[in-house]
Write a protein of this length. Structure first.
Length: 368
């Protein structure tokens, strides 16, 4: 029995007190959706991160197909409460060469060193997930090595009932992974593709150069956009060391949320949400601070919606409304911001900043 096999067997007993942390995937059970539970009218351009945290949707070229992405409740799969749901709302039966739709999960290089890629003792990798579709489809599961421009592809056939798909990929002795906080591996599930990605010859479970095999990446798959009846539900995504898919590693939602907030943090959304204390440097310039609940992957990009009286500073019984927030200096732990054009408070005063409009939203992203 190999050391990888020993590790996988121990990891499989996580629920019984064995090794935890076997699953490299964060939010594999789809329990966290900070951005919201539904996003409609997607398609035609890359939608990116939409609902379920850490699950990114990629679209190539312009497609007439449209779909809804949502976090939905699961009642017919024991052990799981939520799933990521894709629902085709506008069909596209004329597929252009460069079209694609795939779900991507991106992983930092520093979280992948256990697999010893690029060494003579490179370990096998097992990917597993549950999927349910309205009809039988052939789709593709791809492991994309971004550091070395290599891919490994495996077809799988879906079912109208929940089915666990298990794919074991051989250890790759070619090319090492960067030990840093940038993307090294991408798990991609291909649901739709044009001839740019389907015109080659399928090589099952074989590591190969991505540069010379784009036309092999989605060979033989069906099209999610061929009917508005089509829908896909997926949950329980897991990637682990070893040659066997072990039971899915569940964790409490609070733990998952904190892990997700390393990449994206929704500070507030809606009316009467507190930001913190503001200080007036002049009568028209006030600064305040956003602090993060966990250290983010990298210094994030901050964004805030704006509109008439979206925010206000309460001080001494007076409300000093303002429309927009400008982000200034940031780190992985906090971000300073200010408004210097819409305020009328006295210099050296302080007050409590909060939102005053249902459309107010402040978020920070350090996504891969």
């Amino acid at each position: 029995m190999t050391r990888a096999r020993d590790f996988a067997d121990l990891a499989g007993s996580a629920d019984a007190g064995g090794i935890t942390g076997k699953n490299v995937v964060i939010n594999g059970a789809c329990n966290v959706a900070q951005r919201g539970t539904s996003s409609t009218g997607l398609g035609g351009s890359a939608p990116g991160y939409t609902t379920v945290d850490r699950w990114q949707l990629s679209i190539g070229s312009t497609s007439a197909g449209r779909f809804t992405a949502a976090q939905v409740a699961v009642t017919d799969l024991p052990g799981f409460a939520n799933a990521f749901h894709l629902d085709c709302t506008t069909a596209d039966t004329s597929i252009a060469a460069g079209e694609l739709l795939k779900m991507d999960y991106k992983i930092e290089g520093q979280d992948l060193q256990r697999f010893k890629k690029g060494t003579s003792s490179a370990e096998p990798i097992t990917i597993s997930f549950y999927m349910k579709t309205n009809k039988a489809f052939t789709f593709m599961c791809e492991l994309d090595d971004r550091d070395n421009n290599r891919i490994n592809s495996n077809q799988f056939t879906t079912s109208t009932s929940w089915t666990r798909h298990e794919i074991t990929i051989p250890g790759d002795t070619t090319g090492t992974l960067d030990d840093d906080n940038n993307v090294s591996f991408v798990i991609s599930l291909w649901f739709h593709a044009g001839s740019t990605y389907t015109g080659g010859t399928y090589s099952a479970n074989t590591w190969q150069s991505r540069a010379s095999s784009d036309n092999m990446r989605a060979v033989g798959i069906g099209s999610f956009f061929d009917s508005t009846d089509n829908d896909i539900k997926i949950t329980g995504l897991q990637m682990e060391l070893g040659q066997k898919a072990t039971p899915f590693e569940h964790e409490n939602v609070e733990t998952t949320l904190r892990k997700c907030q390393r990449y994206y943090f929704k500070f507030l959304e809606g009316n009467t949400k507190e930001i913190g204390v503001a200080w007036y440097f002049t009568s028209t310039h006030s600064s305040f601070m956003f602090r993060f609940p966990t250290t983010m992957r990298a210094t994030p990009t901050g964004t805030a919606t704006s509109g008439t009286d979206y925010y206000t500073i309460f001080r001494n019984g007076v409300s000093d409304a303002f429309n927009s927030i400008t982000f200034e200096n940031g780190s992985t732990e906090q971000f300073s911001a200010f408004n210097n054009s819409e305020l009328t408070g006295p210099a050296t005063a302080a007050g409590l900043v909060r939102s005053t409009n249902a459309s107010a939203k402040v978020e920070f992203s350090a996504e891969l």
